[in-house]
Ligand binder design. Sequence first.
Ligand code: NAP
Length: 325
Amino acid sequence: MSFSLSGLSTPSKAGGEKKVKVLVLGSGPAGLAAALYAARAELEPVVLTGTELGGQAALTHTIENYPGFPDGVGGSELGELFQKQAERFGAKVEFDTANSVDLSSHPYKVSTDNGEYLAETLIVATGARPNHLDIPGEVELTGKGVSYCATCDGWFFKEKRVVVVGGGDSALEEGLFLTRFAESVTIIHRRDSLRAGKVLQNRAFSDPKIKFVWNSVVTEVVGTEKVTTLKLKDTQTGAESALETDGLFIFIGHTPNTQMFRGQLEMDELGYINANHLMETNLPGVFVAGEVTDSHFRQVITSAGMGAAAAIQATHFLEKASVNA
Ligand code: NAP
């Protein structure tokens, strides 16, 4: 593959293709931090927001572990601050979604809802999406009692009974959040011990509104206009039972948004894009940041840190390419 910087002023439009030095895919903490750093390097990055402005962090009610905010900060508020800061230095945030990429030649081609980009460097920060249980009734009753976001939907369950599925940090954190609204929160976990950290476990165990159903999975969501009942199965005995509820919140991990990079960027077996400590992928000039490459830390601060690192490397890449041009 050969690299050429000739004629690439940023961002320009010729023949329907917008030419940019740095194209950031995704507007979560990783994407917006990358945009900030690239903007401060005067690379006039363009950010394609995707469908979820602010990424998953924007769906979090309060973020209490992002340094600099001793009293916590709202997830969407933090996203807005990130965006404002990046724009102050010249980043352009486009409400547009990348649909396909062609990484077989350079500059890299990205097709979006609104057109096409030719990018000298690409920072992939497309994040991850919540996993589904894949059980009968789940899809049909999504938005009618089935949810993957307590911050978005918790308010609808004032004085109602809700069930949370999962045993990780997300399940407990979101379950605790739901106690603000719900009359009761029942956490159903497939084992008899939690994966979540001790602090959250202690908070959940001491919350009078939260109870646990151990060694159980939900096998079906029942209801027509709204969720009424869940069918459960004991993972030890196989015994089946039913539990009446008004809502089902599912927090059982995530899948990275990497479908359009399949066959072009190297990934692990779960679809997370492989990167080295410099956030470099198998392709020169393509960098990654945040949950699209990280299934382990999944924190706002680690994603933002990776975004900054990716932008620094993109800057070095462009500097080297211009010296060699
Ligand atoms: P996670 O740690 O992978 O936990 C997923 C949970 O869902 C596990 O308890 C798992 O059960 C269960 N599960 C998975 N598939 C299931 C299925 N098909 N049916 C029933 N249960 C199923 O995911 P997470 O809670 O989203 O957390 C992901 C990462 O983000 C972690 O590293 C976590 O520490 C981090 N995180 C941190 C915070 C925080 O620090 N405040 C908040 C949220 C997330 P098993 O335990 O049996 O595998």
